[in-house]
Write a protein that binds this ligand. Structure first.
Ligand code: IMP
Length: 425
């Protein structure tokens, strides 16, 4: 394993948490590198279901140091609540490390996220309203407040007051909202800071040292390639880089430190929020995928849009993240269907696009070019090895790896940890 980046190869919700959690059993460090509590990871172990949004999934193992890297945006209130929930469930999060360079989600970020979405009306992005975009916006406009600033009250107050001077104008004059009070925020956030102080660390150094010492490090992705601010379906994306480049800048290590990039894809595809989706199914098959696959958001509870596997998008993910192998999740959900389709290209007018089109308009206009595969129509949720899958399911997996251009090394047929197994060669 040594240093493995776990990437969502679609629009998020592929089951990264589950795979990161599996890898974490043998890991020394599990590090989140971007996003914040917009992500939702459900981990099922026996009868226990853990829903995490910010704390890396490796936290459940005593052998793992969970780390939140500088590329993340942290809502300290949510983080502390999540840590309290873990403690309540008998899991000790005291080893959690947080980069002092990570940016802080402030109350005005959450408010701005919500009111901006309302303001955008039918053009809204469908964000999780967790303040993610506005926090990253402040980071890049250099108005952000970092975790380390909370430990330097003079700097913190200065930054907070500067931010509020502008934010309160925007909130009151453009969005007709009440202004935020600096003293109240300051009191609240300094209290969070005091409770988190033992966790603040040099995350880059910690991760780099672990890699140097030959330890196993898992870079736990959130969201997915098609939600990447640079490579996704902009503007219907998140405000950070879920692709593998984001793992490097979001932790502070170099490309030579990485041994493998594991892409996680569902055997079909889903997305939440707005934006183009060539293989979306607005029919009974799409609804069956939602029902059987339990396709409702972990964070917001929203119904996910579902469709057939898009191999054009998958190849694109493999390219932009340098994915070296894939895990194919929720194969059991396809057991319903007599015929299973995979999009191998898009067609718009007379043009066929075997590669992800550079002009996004094509994604709205195109028709997917499908190839059809016979279904297996038998329950595979109890299968525990690749060779025991029905022949049609095996050949579906083999076809996916052919189309993606990288091996599928893991398949998952159910929520339980034991339902994920390796694919023999
Ligand atoms: P934001 O990240 O809250 O700003 O939302 C931007 C877009 O990314 C919206 O379409 C969200 O639904 C989507 N998004 C953010 N986080 C996730 C995730 O963890 N899974 C799936 N979609 C996500």
């Amino acid at each position: 394993m040594p240093a493995t980046i776990v990437i969502g190869a679609q629009w998020g919700d592929e089951g990264k948490g589950k795979i990161a959690n599996l890898l974490a059993r043998d890991a020394d460090v599990v590090v989140r590198y971007q996003g914040g509590n917009n992500a939702g990871h459900t981990i099922v172990i026996g009868d226990e279901v853990f829903a995490l949004s910010l704390v890396p999934s490796g936290v459940i193992y005593p052998n793992v140091i969970p780390v939140i890297g500088n590329g993340c945006v942290i809502d300290p209130k949510v983080l502390l609540e999540e840590m309290a929930t873990l403690r309540h469930r008998g899991i000790d999060p005291s080893g959690l490390k947080i980069s002092g360079n990570a940016h802080v989600i402030m109350p005005y970020h959450r408010k701005l996220d919500a009111v901006r979405e309302r303001f955008l009306g039918k053009n809204q992005i469908g964000t999780t309203k967790r303040g993610i975009g506005p926090a990253y916006l402040d980071k890049f406009s250099r108005d952000g407040i970092r975790i380390q600033d909370l430990y330097d009250p003079k700097i913190f107050h200065n930054k907070l007051n500067t931010a509020l001077r502008e934010k309160n104008q925007i909130l009151t004059k453009i969005y007709n909202q009440l202004p935020f009070d600096s003293a109240a925020i300051s009191e609240e956030y300094l209290e969070y800071a005091a409770r988190l102080s033992d966790h603040v660390a040099d995350a880059s150094l910690l991760v780099w040292q672990a890699i140097r010492d030959g330890k196993n490090v898992v870079f736990e992705g959130a969201q997915g390639t098609l939600l990447d601010i640079d490579h996704g379906t902009y503007p219907f994306v998140t405000s950070s880089n879920p692709t593998s480049g984001g793992a490097l800048t979001g932790v502070g290590v170099g490309p030579k430190d990485i041994d493998a990039v594991l892409g996680i894809a569902k055997a079909y595809i889903s997305r939440v929020g707005s934006g183009p989706f060539p293989t979306e199914l607005d029919d009974d098959i799409g609804s069956a995928m939602v029902e059987v696959g339990g396709e409702f958001g972990t964070v917001t509870g929203r119904r996910r849009r579902c469709g057939w596997l898009d191999a054009v998008a998958l190849r694109y993910s493999v390219r932009v993240s340098g994915i070296t192998e894939l895990a194919l999740m929720k194969l059991d959900v396809l057991s319903e269907f007599a015929m299973i389709r995979i999009a191998t290209a898009y067609r718009s007018g007379d043009t066929e696009y075997p590669d992800f089109p550079r002009q996004q308009r094509v994604l709205y206009e195109c028709e997917p070019v499908y190839e059809d595969h016979p279904g297996w129509q038998t329950d595979i949720s109890g299968v525990r090895s690749f060779n025991d899958l029905p022949a049609a399911a095996q050949s579906y997996v083999r076809r996916v790896e052919e189309l993606a251009g990288v091996p599928v090394t893991m398949v998952s047929v159910g929520p339980d940890r034991a339902a994920t197994f390796e694919v023999g060669r």
